[in-house]
Design a protein around this ligand. Structure first.
Ligand code: SDX
Length: 376
């Protein structure tokens, strides 16, 4: 038996592989994609530019960015067979289950090993382009909105909002969702990215790897936290109730969603940027009550647990103010992170090593087999 001391539960602090995609400095609270600080990318870039950076390892030229925009715009439509499967899903289905099932089904109807083949950058672009369509088609049907039209002229962020809300989003709203997509695009070896790499390390295909990742991101300890933050705010209602509600949850040893992180020991730099956007959109909508509530919660959690906010604390308030239903928050996270998942899958294919850790066996050994009629 391996001694207990060699077990790193949750693989905490275990360095599993080398990567050139993302660096997180947990002590300094820095997040870097391919060498670029996300504060610069969030302030000056677009999601398409960041997706290009993650896939190719360098920022695109203007011509390369235009080509990517055109490619993504042309890859948004689902094959009719896959679209029919989305239309068969129950209207009360969890949208993360819709995404997971649709991506899994999509693989069966893709045009073979063309440039959108299942294990190429073409496949990465295809999935990145298709996720907003899957979400928009599903949500429009359950909400009774008009049928989704392909809008290749829209940027990725604008198309996502149009697909979900059937609106022509304002430049401010598009900017807000574009920044959120940039900030969620990658995050080193988080649980869903690790799941994607484990799948890819067996030489399984890109669509299977993304299906694994979507199933993993759904968990409330990972991607599902942003939806639960809004449920907490609905319970708190006014800033003066923040302390009593948070105390009550902590007294039951419940986790306060949107706080804490396995890697960051200071504030998640994405929370810093999203806090500002929550205030900006709130002021523009003349409704900063979510922002005020979140600030009050931050003070209590810091005082009681010394925990900092993570990416999930403010994102839901922004999406809510933009008019996005709560159960689409984690799917939006997936619609961004698919760029990072696919970048990691391609990196795994380039430097393949089957990912297969071991476990410390602590069960019994040398058991004698007892015939069933002798067992009590
Ligand atoms: C994401 O990995 C990534 O990079 C993920 C992500 C990404 O971009 O991919 O950053 C996205 O998943 C952000 C996290 C979203 N999840 C939440 O906000 C859920 C609430 N957070 C916690 O569940 C927790 O902080 C985790 C899961 C995020 C991290 O947990 P760890 O590193 O396993 O820490 P832990 O569970 O060992 O907790 C250490 C202590 C414990 O106290 P004790 O039991 O030892 O007394 O801190 C406490 C925990 O109880 N704690 C919390 C808490 N987080 C940790 N207590 C209350 N509320 C919390 N949120």
């Amino acid at each position: 038996m391996v001694g207990e001391s060699t077990v790193q539960k949750g693989l905490q602090d275990v360095v599993a592989l080398e990567s050139r995609i993302t660096f997180i400095d947990g002590k300094q609270g820095r997040l870097i994609y391919r060498g670029y600080d996300i504060r610069d990318l969030a302030a000056q870039s677009t999601f398409e530019e960041v997706a290009y950076l993650l896939w190719y390892g360098r920022l695109p030229t203007a011509a390369q960015l235009t080509e990517l925009r055109t490619t993504l715009g042309g890859l948004r439509t689902l094959p009719p067979e896959a679209a029919a499967i989305v239309d068969r899903m129950p209207k009360n289905a969890n949208p993360m289950d819709v995404l997971r099932t649709a991506v899994s089904a999509l693989a069966m109807f893709e045009p073979g090993e063309t440039k959108t083949g299942p294990s190429s950058i073409g496949g990465a672009q295809r999935l990145t382009a298709a996720l907003p369509t899957i979400l928009g088609q599903f949500h429009r049907r359950r909400a009774g909105l008009p049928k989704l039209r392909a809008r290749p002229e829209l940027s990725h962020a604008a198309y996502l909002l149009y697909a979900l809300l059937d609106t022509e989003p304002s430049p401010l709203d598009v900017n807000a969702i574009d920044v959120a997509l940039i900030l969620h695009a990658d995050h080193e070896l988080n649980a869903s990215t690790f799941a994607a790499r484990v799948t890819a390390s067996t030489l399984s295909d890109l669509y299977s790897a993304v299906t694994s990742a979507i199933g993993t991101l759904k968990g409330p300890l990972h991607g599902g936290a942003n939806e639960r933050v809004m449920e907490l705010l609905d319970e708190i209602k006014t800033p003066d109730r923040a302390e009593s509600v948070v105390h009550a949850r902590l007294a039951k040893h419940e986790r306060i969603m949107g706080f804490g992180h396995r890697v960051y020991r200071v504030e998640d730099p994405r929370a810093t940027i999203l806090r500002e956007w929550s205030r900006k959109i709130g002021e523009e909508r003349k409704d900063i009550h979510y922002y005020d509530l979140l600030r009050a919660v931050e003070l209590v959690v810091m005082k009681e647990k010394g925990l900092y906010p993570n990416v999930d604390l403010y994102s839901g308030s922004i999406y809510t103010l933009l008019g996005v239903p709560h159960d689409l928050f984690t799917p939006i996270f997936a619609a961004s992170r698919v760029s990072g998942w696919t970048a990691h899958v391609l990196e795994e294919y380039d430097d393949l090593r089957l990912i297969r850790p071991t476990s410390a066996y602590v069960g019994p050994t040398d058991q004698r087999y007892v015939p069933i009629d002798e067992r009590s």
